[in-house]
Write a protein that binds this ligand. Structure first.
Ligand code: MLC
Ligand code: AMP
Length: 529
């Protein structure tokens, strides 16, 4: 099944993109993503849309009503289309309703990782200037002062068990809402991704970006009648919020909604589901459970992995145990999904499959020339899924796009002989731990500010569970004795837990090359064990 050439792949993608645009023109006049999703809801709105193991059951009508109430609330608060809503809450069905309400009201949704600490939240709120901040009740005491300092007009709380001020404030409002009309280029969400310079960038995603990817994945992954999604991912990132949620809603499929990933709970629910999405760490942990076997997977149609490289050992062990192959795909916050192994064809370990229909993906060398099969180069992409730029960073946005409009992903890869993409590395200093991105520069800047620290280097070390684990090599100032555990303890209050180095090594100096640049490869080799 050898493909013609990488250039032909790009031409085919352009043609598919054209066809999709024609296809979209025939749909409803409103390009608001919610209107697109609603157009796909089942005829009978009283069937189950979302259920939890705790016994909560939401119908499609409940979803329409709950999101309408919250959308009406935002309107009553004076929020106009284009206003930002920053949300740092635990996963719950109501957190999903808040996202849908934000879409309906034409607001721009800003989901924030629940692990973020005050310094991180301060930056996001200061940068995005939301008009409404919703946090969990436990975080109110420190989130509210930050929000007020940045002039945020409204702060509400939403707890994991339908508690907090948001739902109480929404309750008196009407449960019908006319979804605000949006054009494909209007923004639906801003997703902050860590930055190479230590400053996070807000990737602006439009209604059109999200709708086109939902439509493409529905076809490519063969979503069908009767599919049930077992949802165990967090909902503050592309994977759990867009790929998983939109996948189910666009297919009118029921979701079994787990508040957090717990391998035993997943195994217990698998017999009632047909589709599961997870990061590689989740698959490693499922395989660690003796109860994970063919029997619990018997009714499953699709296991999808992404956000970080899936090791070949995990892919193979999974096939032995479950009797089916994981489908690995590749994407990023700026682009949503880019490539995927096939649903029906061969899924090849160590590859992320072919570019999705409509996605132009090219792999080029330093001079911009297309690489041949098997040659490594940088991955660049173009298509209806590619974001509108970084929030308030026009210069950064320009530098990340080529003259002909391709986005530079920062990933290094190659096309194999079958036209499947292999991700072989990254041309930016990035660690991916358990599916979360950590930029070493951000952590180094914070470590270097700690008392007694002269300088530091943050590296990723291979880790069976998280794929990569964050580690730091730290040099003390002359005459100072540093304690690694004390450093870790001070970092915990400053940055999200997953960014805190699991291990810190104290050394007298860092290895440098002739140009004075720290040789991280030497550090990685030295501490690999
Ligand atoms: C949690 N911890 C982590 C971690 N997650 N440490 C390193 N890396 C991680 N990913 C730490 C916590 O800080 C805490 O540390 C301890 O583990 C227990 O916390 P927890 O919350 O109970 O963790 P756990 O439930 O075990 O979380 C593991 C996990 C989670 C794999 C379920 O990390 C997760 O949900 N990952 C999914 C990330 C994701 O959705 N990525 C998509 C990005 S979108 P301590 O020291 O306090 O005990 C994207 C685009 C694309 O990349 O292509 O999809
Ligand atoms: P984020 O910025 O959090 O969206 O992370 C996106 C990055 O995750 C990509 O640029 C890739 O480096 C990485 N990634 C996502 N999926 C995969 C995959 N299947 N294999 C390897 N890396 C992946």
């Amino acid at each position: 099944m050898r493909n013609s050439s990488p250039a032909k792949c790009v031409r085919r993608a352009r043609f598919e993109h054209y066809c999709e645009r024609q296809d979209m023109k025939t749909k409803t006049g409103n390009d608001n993503l919610f209107a697109v999703l609603e157009g796909r809801f089942p005829r009978s709105l009283d069937t189950c849309c979302l259920e939890t193991p705790e016994g909560l059951n939401y119908t499609w009508r409940d979803l329409l009503r709950a999101s309408a109430r919250l959308a009406n609330l935002t309107k009553a608060l004076g929020l106009r289309p284009g206003a930002r809503v920053a949300v740092q809450v635990e996963k719950s069905p109501e957190a999903l309703m808040l996202y849908l309400a934000s879409l309906r009201a034409g607001l721009i949704f800003l989901p924030l990782n629940t692990a973020y600490q005050a310094g991180e939240i301060d930056y996001f709120i200061g940068d995005a200037k939301p008009e409404l901040v919703v946090c969990s009740p436990e975080r109110l005491s420190w989130v509210e002062p930050i929000a007020r300092r940045h002039g945020v007009r409204h702060v509400h709380t939403l707890g994991a068990n339908r508690d907090g001020t948001l739902l109480a404030a929404g309750a008196p409002h009407a449960d019908e809402f006319r979804t605000v009309s949006r054009r494909p280029d209007d923004l639906a969400a801003i997703l902050y991704t860590s930055g190479t310079t230590g400053r996070s960038k807000g990737a602006m995603l439009s209604h059109g970006n999200l709708a086109s990817n939902a439509r493409t994945l529905q076809r490519y992954w063969g979503w069908c009648r009767g599919d049930v999604l077992l949802h165990a991912l967090p909902i503050f990132h592309v994977h759990g919020l867009f790929v998983a949620v939109h996948g189910a809603l666009y297919n009118a499929s029921k979701m079994i909604w787990l508040a957090r990933f717990d391998p035993a709970a997943v195994i217990g629910q698998l017999p009632r589901a047909t589709v599961f999405m997870g990061v590689p760490t989740m698959y490693v942990r499922l395989l660690d459970e003796p109860g994970f076997d063919r029997q619990c997977c018997a009714g499953m149609r699709l296991f999808i992995s992404g956000s970080a490289p899936l090791r070949t050992e995990t892919f193979e062990e999974f096939e032995r145990r479950a009797g089916m192959r994981i489908l690995e795909r590749y994407g990023m916050s700026e682009t949503i999904m880019l490539t995927s192994n096939p649903c029906a064809g061969e899924r090849i370990a160590g590859t992320v499959g072919k570019p999705l229909p409509g996605v132009e993906l090219r792999i080029v060398d330093d001079s911009g020339t297309a690489c041949g099969f098997g040659e490594n180069g940088v991955i660049q992409v173009r298509g209806p899924n590619v974001f509108r730029g970084y929030w308030r960073m026009p210069a950064k946005t320009r530098s990340e796009f080529t003259a002909d409009g391709f986005f530079r992903t920062g990933d290094v890869g190659q096309f194999d002989a079958n036209g499947y993409v292999r991700i072989v590395g990254r041309n930016r200093d990035l660690i991916i731990t358990g599916g979360y991105n950590v930029y070493p520069k951000e952590i180094e800047t914070i470590i270097d500010e700690l008392p007694g620290v002269l300088e530091s280097a943050v590296i990723g070390l291979s880790d069976r569970d998280f794929g990569e684990a964050v580690a730091a090599v730290v040099v003390p100032r002359t005459g100072v004795t540093l304690d690694a555990q004390a450093l870790i303890a001070s970092l915990r209050s400053r940055i999200a837990g997953y960014k805190v180095p699991r291990r810190i090594f104290i050394v007298p100096e860092l290895p440098r090359n002739a140009m004075g640049k720290v040789q991280k490869n030497i550090l990685r080799d030295s501490y690999a064990q």
